[in-house]
Design a protein around this ligand. Structure first.
Ligand code: GLA
Length: 726
């Protein structure tokens, strides 16, 4: 691939066009990002860029107008600069000049510049640049994936003799003026990913994550769109920072009317100081464009699904013992639970917290990763052997980054506890953070976890992380350690996975506080929330799918009375909510009635029969003005089959809810419609069926345009509808 400078690049994939301006040695700038502009000629690409430039005295001095992907202060950009830092007060406003541009992937003419333009599809652009005065080099990577997802990252290298203090490195994508409404997420423990909207006005909408983990309140995906956008409509641009430590997302509108969406890692004071020759690489900043929130989400889903290591659709039905037994580990009871689970068709059995060290409650033992002889005198063998005899895979809970001060490891290595300022951080859940940035500590954890994985046939880890990183420094000086900790946990997971091929890992963090594409690059599902109440999960799952496809969302059926909210729900609502994710059970089955077990078995059978569709279909969320109703569905890629769910999450002020448009179907096909009734008596149907039993096949156009009316759906119940092309 020839290396060039001074070019424009037009990339197109799956309905998206990106034009990157690398002319005149400037840092790459996204001159256009949006809907497909078609097969433009080189002259047209040049004209599109020229039509967006601001002529005038600044441009006359050869200064590029519009921010670079890494915006630079010297260009008169008065928004947040891409790079902030200094060499003891100098080199704080670098001016980079690019020295090479290389484009690889689906590029026309093997990437040769024709009339100053490179044309391509899915491709990776690598730009190298330097500022010899500031003694810094940059390497910027921009990629447009086959599914039209944009992602970028930058590496800064200190080429000077003195150290360079890096304060901030963010990247920013410009969005057009019409994108004036923002949507991102808030949340807290047991109520993750609650949507919030506001207007984008002059100034900055800044979401900083300073928890040292992604956070239950993380912005997750920051959208800017034309006001009023919904799942189906309204043009949108969105960003996601793929990082599990401190991080930022922001939307900025300047007095000039220019607007960007940006993000990066949030560095603590003094956290990254680059010695001569050292470099720092930012996390990926993802960008998704689409019309409607579903299309934005689908680009993330398609990207994740395109990975070689992405799990297959036959996600095993899981039983996690946490809400069944908590810390009460009794071998007979846990074996009995395994037998009950196997009878129902469960395929994976996960032993949660409480199996190691002195961990009989949450006060002690965290960090001592050896099987507790008090509760497991013969090790985990009797349980694991029985689980495997029953035909199930075994999974085990760990919380590698955490430590109870009342533990053997803390007593032996108090210096491994993260702290700063000659004091311990405020305790949370009786625990502190163990410092993976210390090589000996990292090795201890790796070896302890490996020893368990080597001794037992374990196919799955639930990897938990139950507190924020507050005051997280490295003793004794207390230098900030969140960046190193985040890097180290990624390395540890990579190392364990490389040594144990096929090992699956779930990312859990007090429920759903570590859900991001940094962790998902190396794990196989996320635990959405500790709240398994289906009414809450209707909302949390609905919004978690804005980033995460259903097959990567842990979605369990709990006992009739929710342990977090105290609400009671019929099994049909609990199960009919859970089957749209990676299904599991978290319920003491010894407490379930025969009728419940029969119905539960039916749901598991349904899930197994339909998981290819449920976990590989295109997700559709329906815009519906009546907020007492949530409707969503999955449509097979060939659109011949679909399953929709209509959930009554409240009670409407009108007696009959309107027709629900079943988007995503094929307008050319006709569909047979049937209710999914696992246990007709328990299915939450009121006096009447949801729709007539003898409906004729209905044209797709009508189902999309006119919709289907669901009658008499009782509150906190869900109707599942199967559509099959005839
Ligand atoms: C966290 C997790 C739970 C469970 C407990 C165990 O809260 O989110 O699912 O594993 O820890 O202590």
């Amino acid at each position: 691939m020839p290396e060039r400078t001074d070019c424009l690049i037009h990339l197109r994939a799956e309905g998206v066009s990106v034009i990157i301006d690398c002319t005149a040695g400037r840092l790459p700038a996204i001159a256009y990002w949006g809907g497909d502009l078609g097969a433009l000629s080189a002259a047209d690409v040049t004209a599109v860029v020229a039509s967006g430039a601001t002529p005038g005295p600044i441009a006359d001095q050869g200064v590029p107008t519009g921010p670079a992907l890494l915006p630079e202060h010297w260009t008169t950009w008065t928004g947040r600069p891409g790079l902030s830092g200094s060499r003891a007060g100098t080199a704080w406003s670098p001016k980079f000049t690019s020295s090479s541009v290389a484009v690889t992937g689906d590029v026309a003419d093997d990437g040769v510049i024709t009339d100053g333009v490179i044309i391509g599809g899915r491709a990776v652009v690598e730009v190298r640049a330097a500022d010899p005065v500031a003694e810094l080099e940059l390497s910027i990577t921009i990629e447009l994936t086959a599914g039209g997802l944009l992602r970028s990252r930058a590496e800064v290298i200190n080429t000077g003799a003195e150290s360079y203090q890096l304060n901030d490195l963010v990247l920013a994508y410009p969005v057009p003026e019409r994108a004036r409404e923002l949507l991102d997420f808030a949340g807290r423990w047991a109520k993750e990913r609650t949507p919030q909207r506001r207007e984008l006005i002059v100034g900055t909408h800044l979401r900083e994550g300073r928890r040292g983990r992604t956070g239950a309140d993380a912005a997750t995906v920051l959208h800017a769109g034309v006001p009023g956008f919904g799942f189906a409509d309204g043009e949108l641009w969105a960003v996601h920072t793929a990082w599990s430590g401190n991080h930022t997302h922001y939307a900025e509108r300047l007095a000039t009317g220019e607007q960007v969406l940006g993000g990066g890692e949030l560095l603590l004071p003094g956290e990254v100081r680059l010695a001569s020759g050292e470099s720092y690489t930012s996390p990926w900043l993802y960008g998704s464009h689409g019309v409607g929130l579903d299309q934005v989400a689908r680009r993330f889903h398609r990207y994740l699904r395109s990975r070689d290591r992405h799990p297959a659709a036959d996600r095993p039905v899981t039983l996690n013992v946490w809400e069944a037994v908590y810390f009460d580990h009794d071998a007979d009871r846990l074996i009995d639970l395994a037998e009950r689970a196997a009878r129902l068709g469960v395929e994976r059995y996960v032993l949660d917290d409480g199996w190691f060290g002195s961990r009989r409650d949450d006060k002690s033992g965290l960090g001592d990763w050896t099987v507790s002889p008090d509760v497991w005198p013969d090790g985990l063998h009797p349980l694991i052997n029985r689980v495997r005899e029953l035909g199930m895979e075994f999974g085990l809970w760990f919380e590698p980054e955490m430590i109870n001060l009342d533990s053997d490891v803390a007593r032996a290595h108090p210096e491994w506890v993260m702290a700063t300022g000659d004091r311990l951080p405020v305790e949370h859940r009786q625990q502190q953070v163990i410092n993976l940035g210390i090589p000996e500590c990292y090795a201890y954890l790796r070896d302890a976890i490996s020893a368990i994985l080597d001794e037992y046939p374990i196919g799955y880890l639930k990897w938990d992380h139950n507190r924020d990183l507050i005051d997280s420094g490295t003793s004794p000086e207390g230098r900030p350690g969140v960046h190193a900790q985040t890097d180290a946990v990624y390395r540890l997971i990579d190392e364990l996975k490389a040594a144990h091929p096929g090992l699956e890992i779930e990312s859990c963090s007090s429920g759903g506080a570590r859900v991001d594409l940094g962790i998902l690059e190396r794990t196989d599902r996320v635990w959405v929330s500790d709240c398994i109440d289906p009414l809450e999960r209707q909302q949390m799952n609905r919004w978690t799918t804005q980033l995460v496809p259903p097959e990567l969302m842990g979605s369990h059926i709990a006992s009739g009375r929710s342990h977090t909210t105290g609400r009671r729900h019929d099994l049909s609502f609990r199960a009919g909510t859970a089957v749209f994710g990676h299904l599991g059970i978290e319920w003491d089955l010894a407490e379930a009635t025969e009728a419940e077990l029969t119905e539960l078995g039916g749901w598991i059978e349904f899930y197994k029969a339909e998981r290819e569709l449920l976990l590989r279909g295109d997700l559709v969320r329906v815009d519906f003005a009546d907020e007492s109703v949530y409707a969503h569905g999955v449509v097979a890629p060939d659109r011949r089959r679909a399953i929709f769910a209509v959930a009554a999450v409240g009670r409407s002020e009108v007696s009959a809810i309107g027709r629900i448009p079943l988007r995503g179907l094929d307008p050319e096909l006709r569909y047979r419609i049937e209710p999914v009734l696992i246990d007709p008596a328990a299915a939450g149907r009121g006096r009447d069926p949801w729709f007539a039993d003898d409906l004729p096949a209905i044209p797709g156009t009508a189902l999309i345009g006119a919709g289907l009316r669901i009658s008499d759906l009782r509150p906190e119940h869900v109707a599942l509808i199967r559509l099959t092309a005839v």
